[in-house]
Design a protein around this ligand. Sequence first.
Ligand code: SAJ
Length: 425
Amino acid sequence: MIKKQRGNILRVSVIGLGYIGLPTAALIASENIKVLGIDINPEIIDTVTKGETGIVEPGLEKLVSSVVQSKFLTASMKLESSDVFLITVPTPITKDYLPNINHVEAAVESIAPHLKIGNLVILESTSPVGTTEKMVELFKKLRPDLDFPDFYNKSEIPDINIVYSPERVLPGNILQELRANDRIIGGVSNTCSQEGSDFYKRFVDGDCLITDVRTAELCKLTENSFRDVNIAFANELSIIADENEINIWELIKLANLHPRVNILQPGPGVGGHCIAVDPWFIVNSNPNSSKIIRQAREINDFKPRFILDKVHKLLNVIEKPINEIIITCLGLSFKPNIDDLRESPSLYIAQELSNLNIKKLNIVEPNITTLPGGFSRVAYLNDLNESIDSSDLIILLVDHNEFKTLNQSIFEEKLLLDTRGIWSL
Ligand code: SAJ
């Protein structure tokens, strides 16, 4: 027996207005659905209320400005009652690589007083297997008056529908992928999945694929671990090639001509808040069975130190005292054409270089306007041409479009370390 009437969704609350929450909130609002964006950071609320974003993401500023103007998107630090609650908060790891789901628990605590029969609560944050069921347990404690779904009773029709549906969008292409990508819908019970699927179908053009909640959680971790393992293979190969004085970019290009080989690209390491983090959730929950996944993380984490070691060797061939040497780092973000510095191996490498007793460290990063903390006083955010002219050593860390299109003649006579292979073939 259905305990609630399914009606039109009138109001959606998105909790956490970061790199995923804000684009998602704006996209839903663009479907003329009233969206309330919630964040604990007052600066984010001010920015969004002005119709701005503070995030470099193609098309986002325009979309946010338009949905704020049409009043379909509003932002606040205070939650209100809603039909759907979408949780898009960070799920970081601790220094010991343990998952930290404090923000998810805090979101549950803030939603609980506002819950009404028929509500749908969706967790989108990448989470260890079992997190959504922990959410259910917390809701049960906070709202004993309501009936919540049970993983072991799939046919139950609860008062509150609870779903895990991981975000799978690529930074730099978020708005397009939010609509186009297939969506995994893991309901705690069958009606939860159906409600979740009906909700996403309002703005997703891809398929909404229904599964159980644990499979949905592990699927997200699997996707990012798969990519991490494949990048680790390329990074390990780059170290082997270096030891044999072989051009890794040519090697991969040739190997990839085999019809069943498709090796990814090595780089200075793996960054971002996803691929460098999520595999640890699997390692943490299944430590004895996740050998390749752990090893891949360790290889990718080692790569920045390998690059630093190469820099030290190059500094030794420059015929100048170390305190007269000028180095330029091209790029700081964790991948090309974005401003996101989270877990960026390039940022780590540049910060380490600023601790050397050199004359100057030029940083050329077209997507930011001020240097973040963690640099010594030898580091300056600088103009590209001036930096290259004055440098003894140039290190390409991020393959931004601005660098890819450079005329290589400007590097003549310069010592160059190309960690992304854009000028090395
Ligand atoms: N990288 C390499 N070599 C490569 C590809 C990537 O070194 O051949 C490095 C990048 O430079 C970067 C890191 O890996 O430092 C991650 O970049 P990415 O483009 O592979 O992935 P993200 O972190 O931007 O987004 C990933 C995506 N997951 C997969 O492709 C499986 C995205 O779909 C997810 O939604 C996102 O993680 C997330 O939020 O989880």
